[in-house]
Every structure is written in structure tokens, then in C-alpha cells.
Design a protein around this ligand. Structure first.
Ligand code: GLN
Length: 195
């Protein structure tokens, strides 16, 4: 059994906790940096990336999160969480955690498509995953070491690089837990590899 943390500073963390529990694993709401040592993998939820970053700085999470990733612990960023993981953000000189090799565009689907649902074919996960997009970013470019898992309208909306997983949409807002199960599988494999 894996213990999965969900960063609980802002955003849709409760829904992720429910999704982890629905997969039969323990979910821990992470409010303090010390808790990171108790978990095997971490979800960075959707919400608002600028606000989340402000809270990360206020509660002195920044270095601890970077170290968590650099130690090889799996991280799953959804929507704003994807923006936090990226090495580069379009039209912005600054990035956040800079752990996953990709350039992302924020609020990138335009006004007409602020929020929408679309069925996605996600490599290794599902051919019919109903994805909920809310003021979603997309991935403009990935590095050689980053694998594209899904596209929508020719835009990259899910990717994986080693122990990092990122989606532009919110998998926690439906009852389809296959993507969370995929992440938990990544966590279990990394646990096995570290013993
Ligand atoms: N648009 C938000 C941002 O830039 C992300 C939206 C979301 O997480 N649903 O942070």
C-alpha cells in the first residue's frame, strides 16, 4: 500500500484525496513540510498557480518540494500543479519548481473554451477518459526525456517524465480513477526500486 500526499495549500485537494482513497490507498493532506517525509508520492492539485506559489513561499515549501522531486519521489501535477512543475512558462521569465522539462502556456484554450469536457485517449491509461478542463494550460513543448501521453486539438494535455506526471485537466473531478491508479502504480514501482 502506498501513502500519497496531496499538497493542501489551495485548490482541489479534497477531490484528489477522495480519488486516492477510492483507489484503496492512504491519502495524507500535506500542510507542513515535515509531512513530506511520511509519503511515497505527492499530488500538486489544480487551483491557481500564482496563489499556490505565494502560499508555497509563505509556508517555506519551495526547497522541500524541489528536494522531494530531486530525490526521485513521484509527483503528479494537475492543471495549476502542472504549471508549478514546468521548467518554463510562456511569456514569463520566472518558473516555479522547474522539475519537469516542458514549456507551458497558461489559460491557453481561450475565452470561448474556458471550461469544457472532452474524451481523451491517454497512452497507457484509457482510450476514453472524460477530461474536465478549467481555465486550463497546455504544454507547448516537451524535452526529449518527456513523453507525451495525450493531446487535445493538437495540443499536449498530458505528459510524463521519469517520476513526474502532469495533466492540463482535472482527473479528480469525475469518478474515473484510472489516471490516479496510473500515478499510484508509478509510486509503487518507485518504492520497489528504492528498497
Ligand atoms: N489557470 C490556472 C492557473 O494559471 C490553472 C487553472 C486550474 O488549475 N484549473 O494557475
Amino acid at each position: 500500500m502506498a501513502t500519497i500526499g496531496v499538497l493542501g495549500l489551495q485548490g482541489a485537494f479534497r477531490e484528489h484525496m477522495k480519488s486516492i482513497e477510492a483507489c484503496g490507498h492512504d491519502a495524507v493532506l500535506i500542510k507542513k513540510t515535515e509531512q513530506l517525509s511520511d509519503i511515497d508520492g505527492l499530488v500538486l492539485p489544480g487551483g491557481e498557480s500564482t496563489t499556490m506559489r505565494r502560499l508555497i513561499d509563505r509556508y517555506e515549501f519551495f526547497d522541500a518540494l524541489v528536494q522531494f522531486g530531486q530525490a526521485g519521489k513521484p509527483m503528479f501535477g494537475t492543471c495549476a500543479g502542472l504549471i508549478l512543475l514546468a521548467t518554463q512558462i510562456e511569456n514569463d521569465a520566472d518558473n516555479h519548481l522547474g522539475l519537469m522539462n516542458m514549456t507551458v502556456a497558461r489559460n491557453a484554450f481561450g475565452r470561448q473554451k474556458q471550461s469544457f469536457e472532452a474524451p481523451l485517449d491517454i497512452k497507457g491509461v484509457a482510450e476514453d477518459f472524460e477530461a474536465v478542463f478549467i481555465r486550463a494550460p497546455f504544454i507547448m513543448e516537451v524535452g526529449n526525456d518527456t513523453e507525451v501521453l495525450a493531446t487535445y486539438d493538437d495540443k499536449i494535455v498530458a505528459a510524463k517524465q521519469d517520476h513526474y506526471l502532469a495533466t492540463a485537466f482535472h482527473p479528480e473531478l469525475t469518478d474515473d480513477h484510472r489516471l490516479m491508479a496510473y500515478f499510484i502504480d508509478m509510486v509503487e514501482q518507485s518504492k520497489l526500486a528504492s528498497v
